[in-house]
Design a protein around this ligand. Structure first.
Ligand SMILES: [Zn+2]
Length: 299
Protein backbone atom coordinates (compact mmCIF):
# COMPACT_ATOMS: atom_id res chain seq x y z
CA UNK A 1 0.00 0.00 0.00
CA UNK A 2 1.52 3.38 -0.95
CA UNK A 3 2.48 5.65 1.89
CA UNK A 4 1.58 9.27 1.39
CA UNK A 5 4.08 11.57 3.05
CA UNK A 6 1.54 14.36 2.91
CA UNK A 7 -1.16 12.56 4.84
CA UNK A 8 0.19 13.89 8.12
CA UNK A 9 -0.02 17.69 8.51
CA UNK A 10 3.22 18.16 10.56
CA UNK A 11 5.18 16.36 7.84
CA UNK A 12 3.73 18.66 5.19
CA UNK A 13 5.36 21.55 7.01
CA UNK A 14 8.67 19.70 7.16
CA UNK A 15 8.52 19.00 3.47
CA UNK A 16 7.89 22.61 2.57
CA UNK A 17 10.71 24.06 0.54
CA UNK A 18 13.86 25.14 2.32
CA UNK A 19 15.76 27.32 -0.12
CA UNK A 20 19.54 27.52 -0.31
CA UNK A 21 21.77 29.85 -2.28
CA UNK A 22 22.41 27.44 -5.13
CA UNK A 23 19.41 25.17 -5.38
CA UNK A 24 15.99 24.74 -3.86
CA UNK A 25 15.53 21.77 -1.57
CA UNK A 26 12.89 19.79 0.19
CA UNK A 27 14.23 18.58 3.50
CA UNK A 28 13.19 15.90 5.92
CA UNK A 29 14.49 15.93 9.47
CA UNK A 30 18.31 15.90 9.71
CA UNK A 31 18.97 14.15 6.43
CA UNK A 32 20.18 14.97 2.93
CA UNK A 33 17.41 16.68 0.98
CA UNK A 34 15.94 13.93 -1.24
CA UNK A 35 14.76 16.35 -3.94
CA UNK A 36 16.55 19.53 -5.03
CA UNK A 37 15.95 21.82 -7.97
CA UNK A 38 17.55 24.66 -9.89
CA UNK A 39 17.12 27.50 -10.21
CA UNK A 40 16.03 27.66 -6.55
CA UNK A 41 13.20 30.07 -7.38
CA UNK A 42 12.14 29.48 -10.99
CA UNK A 43 10.35 32.28 -12.82
CA UNK A 44 6.80 32.00 -14.20
CA UNK A 45 6.99 30.44 -17.70
CA UNK A 46 10.41 28.81 -17.28
CA UNK A 47 12.10 25.43 -17.02
CA UNK A 48 13.39 23.83 -13.85
CA UNK A 49 15.64 20.79 -13.37
CA UNK A 50 14.75 18.52 -10.46
CA UNK A 51 17.32 16.14 -8.98
CA UNK A 52 16.66 13.17 -6.71
CA UNK A 53 19.62 12.53 -4.44
CA UNK A 54 21.17 9.06 -4.14
CA UNK A 55 20.02 8.36 -0.58
CA UNK A 56 16.40 8.63 -1.66
CA UNK A 57 16.94 7.02 -5.03
CA UNK A 58 19.05 4.00 -4.09
CA UNK A 59 16.34 1.95 -2.46
CA UNK A 60 13.79 2.85 -5.15
CA UNK A 61 13.36 0.70 -8.23
CA UNK A 62 11.95 3.69 -10.13
CA UNK A 63 11.28 7.36 -9.56
CA UNK A 64 8.22 8.93 -11.13
CA UNK A 65 6.81 12.39 -10.77
CA UNK A 66 4.62 15.23 -11.85
CA UNK A 67 5.03 19.00 -11.74
CA UNK A 68 2.21 21.47 -12.40
CA UNK A 69 0.14 18.65 -13.91
CA UNK A 70 2.79 17.43 -16.39
CA UNK A 71 4.67 14.14 -15.96
CA UNK A 72 8.38 14.26 -15.11
CA UNK A 73 10.84 11.93 -16.85
CA UNK A 74 13.61 11.08 -14.39
CA UNK A 75 16.86 9.76 -15.88
CA UNK A 76 19.84 8.36 -14.00
CA UNK A 77 23.12 10.25 -14.22
CA UNK A 78 26.12 9.56 -12.00
CA UNK A 79 24.11 8.10 -9.15
CA UNK A 80 21.49 10.85 -9.24
CA UNK A 81 18.20 11.06 -11.11
CA UNK A 82 17.28 14.22 -12.99
CA UNK A 83 14.19 15.50 -14.80
CA UNK A 84 13.18 18.70 -16.60
CA UNK A 85 9.92 20.32 -15.56
CA UNK A 86 8.13 23.58 -16.32
CA UNK A 87 6.48 26.41 -14.41
CA UNK A 88 3.30 27.82 -16.01
CA UNK A 89 3.31 31.55 -16.78
CA UNK A 90 0.18 31.97 -14.64
CA UNK A 91 1.59 30.06 -11.63
CA UNK A 92 1.11 31.78 -8.29
CA UNK A 93 3.60 31.85 -5.40
CA UNK A 94 4.48 28.16 -5.55
CA UNK A 95 3.81 24.97 -7.50
CA UNK A 96 3.65 21.38 -6.31
CA UNK A 97 5.91 18.59 -7.51
CA UNK A 98 4.89 15.04 -6.70
CA UNK A 99 7.77 12.59 -6.62
CA UNK A 100 7.03 8.88 -6.22
CA UNK A 101 9.72 6.45 -5.11
CA UNK A 102 8.60 3.02 -6.29
CA UNK A 103 10.16 0.25 -4.23
CA UNK A 104 10.35 -3.50 -4.70
CA UNK A 105 7.13 -5.32 -3.90
CA UNK A 106 4.89 -2.54 -5.30
CA UNK A 107 5.47 -0.41 -2.22
CA UNK A 108 5.94 3.29 -2.91
CA UNK A 109 6.55 6.58 -1.13
CA UNK A 110 5.04 9.77 -2.43
CA UNK A 111 6.55 13.10 -1.56
CA UNK A 112 5.05 16.49 -2.34
CA UNK A 113 7.51 19.36 -2.55
CA UNK A 114 6.58 22.99 -3.10
CA UNK A 115 8.75 25.04 -5.46
CA UNK A 116 8.61 28.78 -4.84
CA UNK A 117 7.87 30.74 -8.03
CA UNK A 118 9.22 34.20 -8.89
CA UNK A 119 7.14 36.70 -10.86
CA UNK A 120 8.18 37.21 -14.46
CA UNK A 121 9.00 40.80 -15.23
CA UNK A 122 8.40 41.62 -18.87
CA UNK A 123 7.65 44.87 -20.66
CA UNK A 124 4.14 45.71 -21.78
CA UNK A 125 3.07 46.89 -25.19
CA UNK A 126 0.11 49.22 -25.68
CA UNK A 127 -2.29 48.25 -28.42
CA UNK A 128 -3.48 51.11 -30.58
CA UNK A 129 -6.41 49.27 -32.15
CA UNK A 130 -9.37 47.93 -30.22
CA UNK A 131 -8.99 44.14 -29.76
CA UNK A 132 -12.35 43.63 -31.50
CA UNK A 133 -10.87 45.10 -34.66
CA UNK A 134 -7.88 42.74 -34.62
CA UNK A 135 -9.86 39.69 -33.50
CA UNK A 136 -10.26 36.95 -36.14
CA UNK A 137 -13.78 36.70 -37.64
CA UNK A 138 -16.23 34.24 -36.03
CA UNK A 139 -16.26 32.19 -39.24
CA UNK A 140 -12.75 30.90 -38.46
CA UNK A 141 -13.31 30.26 -34.74
CA UNK A 142 -13.86 26.52 -35.27
CA UNK A 143 -10.78 26.22 -37.49
CA UNK A 144 -8.66 27.99 -34.85
CA UNK A 145 -10.02 25.69 -32.13
CA UNK A 146 -9.27 22.50 -34.11
CA UNK A 147 -5.78 23.71 -35.02
CA UNK A 148 -5.12 24.52 -31.36
CA UNK A 149 -6.11 20.94 -30.46
CA UNK A 150 -3.78 19.55 -33.14
CA UNK A 151 -0.84 21.45 -31.65
CA UNK A 152 -1.77 20.36 -28.10
CA UNK A 153 -1.88 16.70 -29.22
CA UNK A 154 1.68 16.97 -30.57
CA UNK A 155 2.78 18.53 -27.29
CA UNK A 156 1.11 15.79 -25.26
CA UNK A 157 2.74 13.05 -27.39
CA UNK A 158 6.22 14.44 -26.63
CA UNK A 159 5.85 12.83 -23.19
CA UNK A 160 5.85 9.41 -24.91
CA UNK A 161 8.99 10.10 -26.98
CA UNK A 162 12.34 9.27 -25.37
CA UNK A 163 14.77 12.18 -25.00
CA UNK A 164 16.40 12.59 -28.42
CA UNK A 165 18.95 15.29 -27.61
CA UNK A 166 22.27 15.24 -25.79
CA UNK A 167 23.86 18.60 -26.61
CA UNK A 168 22.74 22.09 -25.52
CA UNK A 169 19.95 23.82 -27.45
CA UNK A 170 20.83 26.48 -30.05
CA UNK A 171 19.04 29.63 -31.21
CA UNK A 172 17.12 28.92 -34.43
CA UNK A 173 18.46 32.22 -35.78
CA UNK A 174 21.48 34.31 -34.84
CA UNK A 175 19.61 37.58 -35.56
CA UNK A 176 18.33 40.10 -33.00
CA UNK A 177 15.40 39.34 -30.71
CA UNK A 178 12.53 41.69 -31.61
CA UNK A 179 10.08 40.69 -28.87
CA UNK A 180 10.78 38.71 -25.71
CA UNK A 181 8.67 36.10 -23.93
CA UNK A 182 5.89 37.27 -21.64
CA UNK A 183 5.33 40.78 -23.05
CA UNK A 184 1.84 41.92 -22.02
CA UNK A 185 -0.35 43.40 -24.71
CA UNK A 186 -2.40 46.08 -23.01
CA UNK A 187 -5.50 47.85 -24.30
CA UNK A 188 -7.34 50.44 -22.18
CA UNK A 189 -5.18 49.47 -19.20
CA UNK A 190 -6.24 45.79 -19.41
CA UNK A 191 -3.84 42.96 -20.32
CA UNK A 192 -5.40 41.33 -23.39
CA UNK A 193 -2.71 38.72 -24.12
CA UNK A 194 0.83 37.65 -23.35
CA UNK A 195 3.49 37.04 -25.99
CA UNK A 196 4.28 33.35 -25.48
CA UNK A 197 7.42 33.03 -27.57
CA UNK A 198 10.48 34.91 -28.78
CA UNK A 199 10.48 36.83 -32.07
CA UNK A 200 13.68 36.83 -34.11
CA UNK A 201 14.28 39.34 -36.89
CA UNK A 202 14.63 38.03 -40.43
CA UNK A 203 13.85 38.84 -44.02
CA UNK A 204 11.57 36.53 -45.99
CA UNK A 205 13.62 33.46 -46.99
CA UNK A 206 16.22 33.80 -44.21
CA UNK A 207 17.35 30.49 -42.67
CA UNK A 208 15.66 28.85 -39.67
CA UNK A 209 17.55 26.06 -37.90
CA UNK A 210 16.49 23.23 -35.58
CA UNK A 211 17.26 24.19 -31.99
CA UNK A 212 18.23 20.61 -31.22
CA UNK A 213 17.89 17.04 -32.39
CA UNK A 214 14.35 15.72 -32.66
CA UNK A 215 11.60 14.41 -34.89
CA UNK A 216 9.45 16.72 -37.02
CA UNK A 217 5.99 16.22 -35.51
CA UNK A 218 3.93 18.74 -37.50
CA UNK A 219 4.20 20.83 -40.64
CA UNK A 220 0.93 22.63 -41.35
CA UNK A 221 -0.58 25.89 -42.53
CA UNK A 222 -2.48 27.19 -39.49
CA UNK A 223 -4.73 30.25 -39.42
CA UNK A 224 -2.99 32.16 -36.62
CA UNK A 225 0.60 30.95 -36.87
CA UNK A 226 0.82 30.37 -40.65
CA UNK A 227 3.26 27.74 -41.87
CA UNK A 228 4.10 26.07 -38.58
CA UNK A 229 6.75 23.45 -37.86
CA UNK A 230 6.91 21.57 -34.57
CA UNK A 231 9.87 19.43 -33.47
CA UNK A 232 9.39 16.77 -30.80
CA UNK A 233 12.67 16.55 -28.84
CA UNK A 234 11.30 13.89 -26.50
CA UNK A 235 10.85 13.71 -22.73
CA UNK A 236 8.07 16.30 -23.01
CA UNK A 237 9.95 19.03 -24.90
CA UNK A 238 8.69 20.55 -28.16
CA UNK A 239 9.95 23.58 -30.10
CA UNK A 240 7.88 25.44 -32.69
CA UNK A 241 8.83 27.65 -35.64
CA UNK A 242 5.98 29.90 -36.76
CA UNK A 243 5.04 32.19 -39.68
CA UNK A 244 7.49 30.43 -42.05
CA UNK A 245 7.45 31.11 -45.79
CA UNK A 246 8.60 27.55 -46.39
CA UNK A 247 9.30 24.34 -44.46
CA UNK A 248 12.23 22.27 -45.74
CA UNK A 249 11.50 19.09 -43.76
CA UNK A 250 8.49 16.79 -43.46
CA UNK A 251 6.69 15.10 -40.55
CA UNK A 252 8.58 12.02 -39.40
CA UNK A 253 11.99 13.38 -40.41
CA UNK A 254 14.67 13.21 -37.74
CA UNK A 255 16.49 16.55 -37.72
CA UNK A 256 19.94 17.29 -36.36
CA UNK A 257 20.80 20.17 -34.04
CA UNK A 258 21.39 23.24 -36.23
CA UNK A 259 19.94 21.65 -39.38
CA UNK A 260 18.27 24.05 -41.84
CA UNK A 261 14.54 23.30 -41.48
CA UNK A 262 12.75 26.28 -43.00
CA UNK A 263 12.71 29.89 -44.10
CA UNK A 264 11.44 33.03 -42.36
CA UNK A 265 8.11 34.34 -43.64
CA UNK A 266 5.03 36.35 -42.75
CA UNK A 267 2.40 33.61 -43.00
CA UNK A 268 -0.55 33.65 -40.58
CA UNK A 269 -1.76 36.69 -38.67
CA UNK A 270 1.35 38.88 -38.64
CA UNK A 271 2.28 42.31 -39.92
CA UNK A 272 5.71 41.44 -41.31
CA UNK A 273 8.31 38.67 -41.68
CA UNK A 274 9.92 37.34 -38.51
CA UNK A 275 10.40 34.01 -36.75
CA UNK A 276 8.26 33.33 -33.69
CA UNK A 277 10.06 30.62 -31.71
CA UNK A 278 7.96 28.59 -29.30
CA UNK A 279 8.95 26.14 -26.56
CA UNK A 280 6.66 23.79 -24.70
CA UNK A 281 7.05 21.25 -21.95
CA UNK A 282 3.88 19.24 -22.56
CA UNK A 283 1.09 21.81 -22.44
CA UNK A 284 3.15 24.40 -20.54
CA UNK A 285 4.61 27.13 -22.73
CA UNK A 286 7.96 28.45 -21.51
CA UNK A 287 10.49 31.07 -22.53
CA UNK A 288 12.43 29.37 -25.37
CA UNK A 289 15.61 31.22 -24.34
CA UNK A 290 15.45 29.09 -21.18
CA UNK A 291 16.30 26.09 -23.37
CA UNK A 292 19.72 27.64 -24.08
CA UNK A 293 20.52 27.50 -20.37
CA UNK A 294 19.17 23.98 -19.95
CA UNK A 295 21.66 21.33 -18.98
CA UNK A 296 20.82 17.93 -17.65
CA UNK A 297 24.43 17.12 -16.86
CA UNK A 298 25.51 20.16 -14.83
CA UNK A 299 24.77 19.92 -11.13
ZN1 LIG B 1 5.91 36.25 -31.67
Amino acid sequence: MPRMSTSSPPLVALLACVGSAAVGAAQTVASTPPVVWRPPRPVQGSLVVLTVRPAAAESATAVQGELAGEPLHFEADGGELRAVGAVPIDAHDSIAARVVFVRAGADSDTMIVWLPVARRRAPSERLHAAPDLVRPPDSVAERIRLEGELVQEVRQRAHDTPRLWQQPFLRPRTSAVRSVFGVSRVFNGVVRSRHLGVDFAGARGAPVRAANRGVVALVADLYLSGTTLLIDHGAGLVTGYLHLSRALVAPGDTVARGQLIGQVGASGRVTGPHLHWLAGYGHITVDPLDLLRLSLTTK
